[in-house]
Design a protein around this ligand. Structure first.
Ligand code: UD1
Length: 340
């Protein structure tokens, strides 16, 4: 059995990925400093899979802690999710973002090399494309200068991995650029757990529907899009998690020297903010108070993925409908809030 270390494995994407890897026969080890998560989702992963997950509460920036984890486990590969991810906060606290997001990744790579290398997946973001000149965005769409320190850390970490893989033949790399991950596991045992007021659209919607927030503000209805609201590519969290299983299969079966492949992980379908809100209300038969507000600074008008490379090369495709995804997101929120 191959063992994969998941950094940030107690979080939203990490926990869903752990479930899918275990389901595909991998062993999973989680390291998370719980700075933006608690153990709720880890417990959920254990319930879903019926397995005890080896868990280290540690910071990936701490080299000795990372050495200890590698010393105590046979680790064949890693997925690096551990990072700060709030765009606005990164503008206010850039040094904290650069220190945490860059140092944690460098430390992981250094300790992997010390321990014989392996495959490493870096969780990147569609944010690297900014507002693409041509849509959908392919992996060759030029990266735009980042508009926030958060976005910049994604670009720099991509470059770090590309260079590291070139220089260290024991390492294999893969960059996955996620579009907008939403939803929750159909069991409602794991899902998104934002701290404080959510920045992202779907957790704000579910919290508003659950009565925690007064109303949703739709940021801008004057974009040059069919209904004036911004377009995104919302991908189901379980679909996104399964892409990591395909990523490791690819890295095991295929070994082009020094290459680090890049894949878009999205659905290829654009959806507007307004459409998403309407579908949420329709599928869940729940009202949602919303109003149109001004544009949010830093938002792009439209971005969605060309996923043909991932479909062809990884043999992976997003298959869940947005309705199914929004029903799962609502089921998770209701369970958290003990609503019927
Ligand atoms: C953001 C990050 C992206 C990250 C992603 C994680 C940027 C610019 N964006 O994407 O890197 O990977 O989160 O999911 O770096 N909206 C509202 N009202 C709200 C919240 C959002 O109308 O209360 C709108 C936004 O204006 C946007 C859409 O919903 O048009 C999606 O927003 P959000 O969920 O925050 O994701 P992004 O900004 O696309």
């Amino acid at each position: 059995m191959k063992n994969i270390l998941i950094t940030g494995g107690a979080g939203f994407i990490g926990s869903h990925t752990a479930v899918e890897l275990i389901g595909a026969g991998y062993g999973v080890i989680v390291v998370d400093n719980l700075s933006n998560a608690d153990t709720t989702c880890l417990e959920g992963v254990e319930k879903i899979t019926g397995q005890k997950i080896p868990f280290y509460k540690a910071d990936c920036c701490e080299k000795e802690d990372m050495r200890k984890i590698f010393g105590e486990n046979r680790i064949d590969g890693a997925i690096h999710f551990a990072a700060f991810k709030a765009v606005g906060e990164s503008v206010d606290r850039p040094l904290m973002y650069y220190r945490n997001n860059l140092l944690s990744f460098i430390t992981l790579l250094e300790v992997m090399i010390e321990n014989g290398g392996g495959g490493v997946v870096f969780s990147s973001s569609a944010t690297v494309y900014g507002q693409p000149d041509k849509l959908p965005a392919t992996e060759d769409t030029p990266r735009k200068p980042a508009t926030s320190p958060y976005g910049n850390t994604k670009q720099i970490c991509e470059d770090i991995l590309l260079d590291a893989v070139k220089a260290h033949p024991s390492l294999k790399g893969m960059i996955l650029r996620y579009f907008n991950p939403i939803g929750a596991h159909p069991s409602a045992l794991i899902g998104e757990l934002p701290r404080g007021v959510p920045n992202n659209l779907v957790p704000f919607i579910t919290q508003t529907a659950a009565g925690l927030r007064e109303e949703l503000r739709i940021f801008g209805n004057d974009y040059p899009t069919p209904d004036g609201t911004a377009l995104r590519d919302y991908i189901d969290i379980v679909d996104l998690a399964t892409a990591h299983v395909s990523a490791f299969e690819r890295m095991t079966g295929h070994n082009p020297d020094g290459s680090c492949e890049v894949f878009n992980i999205g659905t290829g379908r654009p959806l507007s903010v307004m459409e998403l809100v309407e579908r949420f209300m329709a599928i869940n038969r729940v009202p949602l108070k919303y109003k149109i507000a001004g544009r949010r600074e830093g938002d792009v008008e439209a971005v969605w993925a060309d996923t043909s490379l991932a479909n062809r090369v990884l043999g992976w495709k997003a298959c869940r409908s947005v309705e199914e995804t929004l029903a799962n997101a609502w089921a998770w929120e209701k369970k958290l809030r003990r609503l019927k």
